[in-house]
Design a protein around this ligand. Structure first.
Ligand SMILES: NC(=O)c1ccc[n+]([C@@H]2O[C@H](COP(=O)([O-])OP(=O)(O)OC[C@H]3O[C@@H](n4cnc5c(N)ncnc54)[C@H](O)[C@@H]3O)[C@@H](O)[C@H]2O)c1
Length: 257
């Protein structure tokens, strides 16, 4: 048997990661860049720190300032990427927010804000990049969901509804776009280290949620962003082209009841 010359798996590919200025998205950019991808950071916030870190790794990087809930912004995002690189191969839909609220206190405004940021943004980003993926005959759409969709975690009706919507979206879309060489998958993420109360994201995950989840994990630690990034990179590879319309669970082995 002859060994093939090893090539980084995403060399020559262009990957857009939404919500990548901080947190999980930044780890996804780093992992995709390690595989050789050109990285587009699409975020509403300043992403210069992440851009510099990626460039220090030797990556080609473009930052696009975008409100992912605005059609004109996501359209401009795709146009800027096509102008700069002439192709879009990968979309990691990472933008999203987490918020706990007991249902009886949840307002209609909170409900709509959640669905807008977590779901409208997915619709708009995919609408914007799909023509380029179709033209290139290759596409990987990877959308971040949450393992809370399987768990019945309290105080999250709006969040869980949006994240279940992400799964429904990729499952249906996958059956339409597979014939063009495009896959659409979701990653259902567990409690991630960056959201621990003692971390930078202080207070976003309440101690009641921590108490609810950690004891039921077979691996007694929160996910690290790098754990999720490995799965995102795997789904982005050309070799993963047979995986379509799936939700891959990355949550430390939470037992389901
Ligand atoms: N961290 C966790 O424990 C966890 C668990 C399950 C799922 N997730 C999912 O993973 C994804 C990332 O989570 P995170 O904790 O890294 O988030 P984060 O809040 O740390 O980062 C979100 C990023 O999105 C950007 N952003 C916010 N609104 C935007 C908008 N309108 N347009 C463009 N960019 C916008 C922010 O500037 C930020 O860079 C989310 O979809 C989240 O639901 C996270």
């Amino acid at each position: 048997m002859q060994l093939h010359q090893f090539e980084r798996g995403l060399q020559g590919r262009v990957a857009i990661v939404t919500g990548a200025a901080i947190g999980n998205g930044r780890a996804f950019c780093e992992r995709l860049a390690e595989e050789g991808a050109t990285i587009v950071i699409a975020d509403i916030a300043d992403a210069s720190e992440t851009q510099q870190a990626l460039e220090a790794l030797g990556a080609t990087v473009l930052s696009v300032k975008v409100d992912a809930t605005k059609p004109a912004d996501t359209q401009r995002m795709a146009e800027e990427v096509m102008k700069a690189f002439g192709r879009i191969d990968i979309l990691v839909h990472n933008v999203g927010k987490y918020e706990e609220e007991p249902f009886e206190l949840l307002s209609f405004e909170q409900w709509k804000d959640m669905l807008s940021l977590n779901l409208d943004s997915l619709f708009l980003s995919v609408k914007a990049v799909l023509p380029a993926m179709k033209e290139g005959g290759f596409g990987r759409i990877i959308a971040l969901s949450s393992d809370t969709v399987w768990l019945g975690t309290p105080y999250l009706t709006h969040y869980v509804t949006s994240k279940m919507g992400v799964i429904g979206f990729v499952r249906s879309l996958s059956s339409e776009v597979g014939k063009y060489g495009i896959t659409a998958n979701a990653v259902t993420v567990g409690l991630t280290a960056i959201q621990r109360p003692e971390s930078q994201q202080s207070g976003r995950v309440s101690s009641s949620i921590l108490e609810h989840i950690l004891p039921s994990q077979s691996i007694q630690r929160a996910d690290e962003p790098e754990d999720i990034a490995n799965v995102v990179a795997f789904l982005a590879l050309p070799a993963s082209g047979i995986i379509n319309g799936q939700a891959i669970n990355v949550d430390g082995g939470v037992a389901r009841h």
